[in-house]
Design a protein around this ligand. Structure first.
Ligand code: CTP
Ligand code: C5P
Length: 340
């Protein structure tokens, strides 16, 4: 094939239910195999037929995949079995999938047809993250609903000592993360672009735990108010102080990758101070600080964490128009998984 790399069109498909950075990483690798990436996302009906009902609706799942920066186009309602007709219809050269087998309700490999035709490429699945593991962490939140030893999903209940050891990325519960953060992963996910002279710099901070459609709508609107969007991520102990219970579900390093995969984000502060300081504002030349309509918890000393930007008249409340929260996701997942 003499086709130039930039002219290669790549196809991926999947459920993309509870999108996490493992999905994003597979799309990143797929995009690198060509110049244009088309992602087919299955309908709720199709997923229900082959593997049981998804947690997120198709509209939510389409939006989440569109928000990932390596995705050029989303095909809504792509068939569960990938056919040559589908690849041809979207003018894609080949299909890319992780190195796990996906089967239909009848047990057929969904990629058999494209494999046989030599129009299939494989990428390595991202170790240490999966929907099953995240659901397991969420089910730990309901431990008193279960009798001892009745966990349907097994996650390490003791802190993992063989993987990451960063205390800023450790709450009582994210200690069970099996994901090993490396600078290489961060570099692969980052744009590495500095702001240009005269760019209007927008700063937002938060937990961004279990990155969801509410976050996505908020960041899309935040980005539109400026040219360069910086997201400050609070450490696990800070998030745990204001969210309570067993939050965050995802540790700091995992949250960094989820936020970096979002196409509206220019830069991430890993472990941002809870109080937006004078130093932070001047260091990043921040023009405006935004927060959604969710409540803002006081700092430990009882002060408003946005006191300084407010004093400079650089603070605004931004309506995301979406009422999704991390807590709602946890409730939804627990309800969904309890049905089995
Ligand atoms: N994927 C990956 N690494 C992971 C999880 C998923 O590379 N840790 C890839 C899959 O191999 C697939 C794509 O993401 O190519 C989307 O597939 P989907 O059907 O949505 O994901 P699942 O395999 O069901 O992943 P999970 O169990 O985490 O939901
Ligand atoms: O709750 P968390 O710290 O993750 O929220 C990060 C930011 O996203 C906050 O500014 C919050 O108000 C905003 N948000 C929003 N709409 C949602 C969820 C969060 O505007 N549905």
């Amino acid at each position: 094939d003499t086709k130039q790399h930039k002219d290669i069109r790549v196809w991926c498909d999947g459920c993309y239910d509870m999108v996490h950075f493992g999905h994003a990483n597979s799309l990143r690798q797929a995009k690198a195999l060509g110049g244009y990436l088309v992602v087919g996302v299955h309908t709720d009906e199709e997923i229900t037929k082959h593997k049981g009902p998804p947690v997120f609706t198709e509209q939510e799942r389409y939006k989440m995949v569109r928000g990932i920066k390596w995705v050029d186009e989303v095909v809504e309602g792509a068939p569960y079995v990938t056919t040559l007709e589908t690849l041809d219809r979207y003018d894609c050269d080949f299909c890319v999938h992780g190195d796990d087998i996906t089967t239909t309700a009848e047990g057929m490999d969904t990629y058999q047809l494209v494999k046989t035709a030599g129009r299939y490429r494989e990428v390595e699945r991202t170790a240490g993250v999966s929907t099953t593991d995240l659901v397991g962490r969420m089910l730990l939140l309901t431990r008193n609903h279960f009798k001892r030893g009745q966990y349907e999903y097994s996650v390490a209940k003791e802190h993992s000592t063989t993987m990451g050891q960063d205390s800023s990325a450790r709450s009582p519960w994210t200690g069970c993360s099996q994901f090993l953060p490396t600078t290489q992963k961060i570099i692969q996910f980052s744009d590495g672009k500095a702001p240009k002279d005269g760019d209007k710099i927008v700063y937002v901070a938060g937990a961004f735990d279990l990155f969801h459609v509410g976050h996505l709508d908020f960041l899309e609107k935040a980005r539109k108010l400026g040219d360069y969007l910086i997201v400050g991520l609070h450490t696990d102990p800070i998030v745990n102080r204001y969210k309570g219970a067993n939050f965050p579900i995802m540790n700091l390093h995992e949250r960094v990758l989820s936020v970096l995969a979002c196409k509206y984000v220019s830069e991430v502060v890993i472990g941002a101070p809870y109080k937006v300081t004078e130093d932070l504002m001047s260091h990043f030349k921040v023009d405006v600080v935004l927060h959604g309509e969710t409540s803002v918890m006081d700092d430990e000393d009882g002060s408003d964490p946005y006191e300084i930007p407010k004093r400079h008249d650089k603070f605004m409340t931004l309506k995301s128009g979406n009422d999704m929260t991390t807590e709602k996701i946890v409730e939804r997942i627990i309800r969904n998984r309890m049905e089995f």
